[in-house]
Ligand binder design. Structure first.
Ligand code: FES
Length: 274
């Protein structure tokens, strides 16, 4: 096993962008060579270390879109430009596509961030993307302005953004999976890519299976070490660590996971139902 970047590097926060009432993007003054779908571990000395999907790595900066949902992320939200954190990684697998494919992206919550990162690569490969972003309300939609801007560039004019909100305040009223179902019902999609709540991804997986469409799914489990040593992120059915064989897994592998869509495990390994 090749073990790389297992020690944290001290990194300065260059900028903090407020995205929604829950999410801020932290622009870090480093490139770790991360690819779309991979994650890094962020360390706040004296507090803890947590994994976060990469929202962008442009060769000079690392962007992380972080929702304030617990003690660690709340502390992150208190940090300002000039503060420093530790960063390890990148870890895990990445999203891939072939030249010229027609793709569907399904993002819920902060899942829009890693898929936005991947959208750059997809359009650079002359792919067209049906990018579906869902949230409870309009003001919680993440990265939709940036996705529209990317799709307004000449190389991506045939790609489209679709929005769904539970309360109907923007786009389709209901679930983003309903928009996905409509799209795959009328268009020839080569592959579905999905990041977000597991129940949403489970529905996407079932749809892909029923329609015979390939899929790449970001399976998130409680990551600790990030490189296959602690066993905390192993999934039932295959027993593989998601930090090594995931988070991005192909459909045929996800179909073999017993826990996907049913339960995950906390930091002590206890089962938590979705
Ligand atoms: S996080 Fe330790 S084995 Fe995956």
């Amino acid at each position: 096993m090749k073990i790389v970047n297992t020690l944290p590097r001290a990194v300065t926060i260059k900028e903090v962008r407020v995205e929604t009432e829950q999410v801020k993007t932290f622009v870090l003054d480093i490139s770790v060579g991360a690819k779309p779908g991979q994650f890094v571990n962020v360390w706040i000395p004296g507090l803890d270390e947590k994994p976060f999907s990469v929202a962008m790595d442009n060769g000079s900066e690392l962007h992380l879109a972080i929702a304030a949902v617990g003690p660690f992320s709340n502390k992150m939200h208190e940090l300002k430009a000039g503060d420093r954190v530790g960063v390890r990684g990148p870890f895990g697998t990445r999203f891939t596509c072939k030249e010229g494919e027609h793709l569907a992206f399904l993002a819920g919550g902060y899942g829009a961030a890693p898929l936005y990162f991947f959208a750059h690569e997809a359009v650079a490969k002359a792919c067209t993307v049906e990018f579906i972003v869902g949230a409870r309300r309009k003001d919680l939609l993440l990265f939709t302005d940036r996705i529209e801007k990317l799709f307004s560039t000449s190389s991506a004019l045939r790609s489209s953004l679709h929005v769904a909100t539970n309360d109907g305040s923007a786009g389709h009223k209901g679930f983003n999976t309903e928009v996905l179902e409509e799209i795959v019902g009328k268009e020839k999609i080569s592959c579905i890519y999905t990041v977000g709540p597991e129940i949403m991804m489970f529905k996407a997986m079932k749809l892909a299976q029923a329609k015979g469409i390939d899929a790449q799914i970001s399976v998130e489990r409680y990551m600790k070490c990030g490189f296959g040593i602690c066993g905390n992120c192993c999934v039932d059915g295959l027993g593989v660590p998601t930090c090594i064989e995931g988070p991005v897994m192909p459909l045929k592998k996800v179909l073999k996971l017993r826990d996907f869509g049913s339960y995950h495990r906390d930091k002590l390994g206890k089962k938590i139902a979705f």
